[in-house]
Design a protein around this ligand. Sequence first.
Ligand SMILES: Nc1ncnc2c1ncn2[C@@H]1O[C@H](COP(=O)(O)OP(=O)(O)OP(=O)(O)O)[C@@H](O)[C@H]1O
Ligand SMILES: [Mg+2]
Length: 476
Amino acid sequence: MLLIIDDDIAVCTSLSLLLRKEGFDVAIAQNPEDAFAILKRHPVELVLLDMNFSNTTTGEDGLQLLQQLKLFEPTLPVILITGWATIDLAVQGMKLGAADFINKPWQNAHLVQSIRTALALATPKVQETSPINTTLKTQTNAPTSTSSTRRTLDKQFDFGQIIGEDSQLVQILQTIGRIAATDASVLILGESGTGKELIAEAIHQNSQRSKRPFVKVNLGGVSTSLFESEMFGHVRGAFTDARFDRTGRFELAHRGTIFLDEIGELDLSSQVKLLRVLQDRTYEVLGSSKTKSVDVRIVCATNRNLEEMVAQGTFREDLLYRINLIIIQLPALRQRPNDIPLLVNFFVNNLSQLYHRPQLKVSYEALKWLSQLHLPGNIRQLKNLVERTVLISPHDTLQIEDFQQNYQTTPNNNNTTMSSLPEVGSMTLEEMEIQMIKRAMEYHRYKVARVAKALGLTRSALYRRLEKYQIPFEEE
Ligand SMILES: Nc1ncnc2c1ncn2[C@@H]1O[C@H](COP(=O)(O)OP(=O)(O)OP(=O)(O)O)[C@@H](O)[C@H]1O
Ligand SMILES: [Mg+2]
């Protein structure tokens, strides 16, 4: 049963008509007392709460009622109904645990979609321990084998292209399994090359929208001046260069999923324009006054820290709450080193088929060596390294040396040299020196002559440092 709390009888009537037509059982409360009386007597699955639930009340009362509802039944999903003028209230409400917020006047289809999403998220399909709306950063010391959990998941879902048995990854796949069929918006976070796009595709592939389009937009590459035309389309003559009609990305994604990549790159003026369409699923084609509505699932990704950007005023908080119903935090590859051999073998198998080299494989030592490699470009860098090595090396069994030659020349990604340096103040030069020497020693398997060359030192200068820092080495 759904409970509508609103003292405006006209709103209650139109809402309950709509929701009954959609097959829901509906109860109405026109004040907080009635609301709690109903909650005590009936199995209410979800509450629709108008923030200005009385003409004489303020939004603050709405927030208070929300808090009381959450105290009464913490897991009960509450969807807020707010006016544009009270958007700040909606954000506060989300912080207090509301499931979603809908703006007045609402789009019926969008409201129903939001209700179904909240209901689906409240009843987990796959057994899982991690709560919704929290990042999945926390490492679990998986007691049962994560590989068997992974196999169970693979029977239910299509995750064929996503390799890995690390407990963090398996938890993420469980979350995807649970939320894929809903229309919940998903925000995917993670360093460059950790597989954000792959995860976005998996969400779409395992959803009911899988037969419909998956439209990817790289927001980092869309200029401010072209944002509206790109996203919403334009009609001929809308501006000087508009010689033809153009279909926008949202229209292309209708009934499917839109993947807004690098959302952290969006400037504030484009953020407002995006907010509007995410808010009520309507937009106007540039140069036309007709309002169009769109049915789309939103998946976003970024390697930026959006909360920090909100604090700095460079990312809108209300936009963040629109896109982050579910947050998926992808681990860096160095946090899941045990997956490196699986990934390498997967890439090598694909290449061995592609190039008809059935004998191709990787030695055990090389797999071990690759597992401790410094890879700031994460899986993308590992994949590039494997591809390059397979192409260049004449051997069927790839050894450490084969990879070593290519590692130096593999581009990792754009700005890693800068961003991979530790924060100023977090490390002294001496500590950095120690780390670099240790890393070079591992990399060159403790061959002092090579290590000295790689670090630009004479052998005796290196020996002095090894002794000073008590780093173990073998005499040559
Ligand atoms: N778990 C995985 N198993 C197999 N391949 C993977 C996995 N994760 C990522 N990859 C591969 O690594 C490459 C990089 O992945 P992807 O493009 O999804 O990363 P990204 O996080 O979007 O990176 P960026 O931030 O640079 O855009 C792709 O070729 C992808 O297929
Ligand atoms: Mg990407």
